[in-house]
Design a protein around this ligand. Structure first.
Ligand code: MBD
Ligand code: FE
Length: 281
């Protein structure tokens, strides 16, 4: 399993570069002052590290070689989303009073198939794993239900692979935009995702190995919750008892975002309720 798994995982890292180019509009242009301020601080942070740590030419050249390789591997989206996005998300959502946000990560694809709640995510006939019934209400800060709300959901399969990034999966496997009912209630049948190991054989993996870190993210559901007149929130949900919930490599777990599913009465897997609360636009 290891060779095949790693080959597939590495392709996922690189595919995220193509996807980013397709999906993300060029950044709104920043003022010269802002560019100068941010670039100066970033460069100073690097120079301070060099001076304080007395970085050698060997180390400087190792860094240069590694930075070149990250680009050649197509792993900049992976690197940035794993080690940088969490603080950007923290700043972006600081003011929110509703459901906590979390990072989008490199594997979001817009315009997934729309399904009405109650929905079953697109999956293979023999999709592996534990069935999960994921349901709840979408309300505003006053607790009022939000008809017209929707839950965009995407997650890895039981082996930790994402459709459209790892080869061999049907296009929209385990991805959909679920439209809540008239009471702002959603009900989604899916398969519990597996913990996710970021690609270990590309440059990000080389860094992890060289530093003696681990490559794991806890199992997670990715979500974008929205309703007309409210701020869309991008978030993730995790599972209590997951061994990496306390040491996510992407630093994206928050205590409010941990689910605790229970066995279903009918014996068909597990179920969990989670209510989303949206901030006004
Ligand atoms: C993921 O699935 C993910 O969510 C992040 C943030 C990084 C790599 C893989
Ligand atoms: Fe993910």
């Amino acid at each position: 399993m290891t060779i095949e798994f790693q080959a597939t995982a590495a392709a996922s890292g690189a595919n995220a570069t193509e996807r980013f180019r397709e999906n993300k509009k060029a950044a709104a242009s920043s003022s010269q002052e802002r560019v100068s301020q941010l670039a100066s601080r970033l460069i100073k942070a690097i120079n301070d590290t060099v001076l304080e740590e007395k970085v050698t030419y060997d180390e400087y050249n190792a860094l240069k070689a590694w930075l070149i390789q990250v680009g050649e591997d197509g792993e900049w989206p992976l690197f940035l989303d794993v080690w940088v996005e969490h603080s950007v998300e923290q700043v972006a959502n600081e003011y929110r009073e509703g459901t906590k946000g979390s990072i989008e990560g490199p594997y979001y694809v817009p315009d997934s198939p729309q399904l009405d709640s109650p929905a079953t995510l697109p999956m293979r006939d023999n999709e592996q794993g534990t069935p999960l019934l994921f349901q709840g209400n979408i309300t505003n800060l006053a607790g009022e239900k939000l008809p017209g709300a929707s839950v965009e959901i995407w997650h890895a399969d039981d082996e930790g692979f994402y459709s459209q990034f790892a080869p061999g999966l049907p296009e929209w496997n385990l991805r959909a935009t679920v439209i809540a009912d008239a009471d702002g209630r959603y009900e989604i049948n899916t398969m519990q995702p597996a913990p996710y190991q970021i690609p270990t054989d590309g440059s990000c993996g080389k860094l992890i190995a060289a530093a003696g870190w681990h490559a794991w993210r806890p199992a997670h559901l990715h979500l974008k919750i929205s309703a007309p007149g409210y701020h869309l929130i991008t978030s993730q949900l995790y599972f209590k008892g997951d061994s990496h919930v306390g040491d996510d490599i992407a630093s994206a777990v928050k205590p409010e975002l941990i689910l605790d599913p229970t066995p279903r009465a009918d014996g068909a897997g597990r179920e969990v309720s989670y209510d989303f609360v949206l901030d006004p636009a």
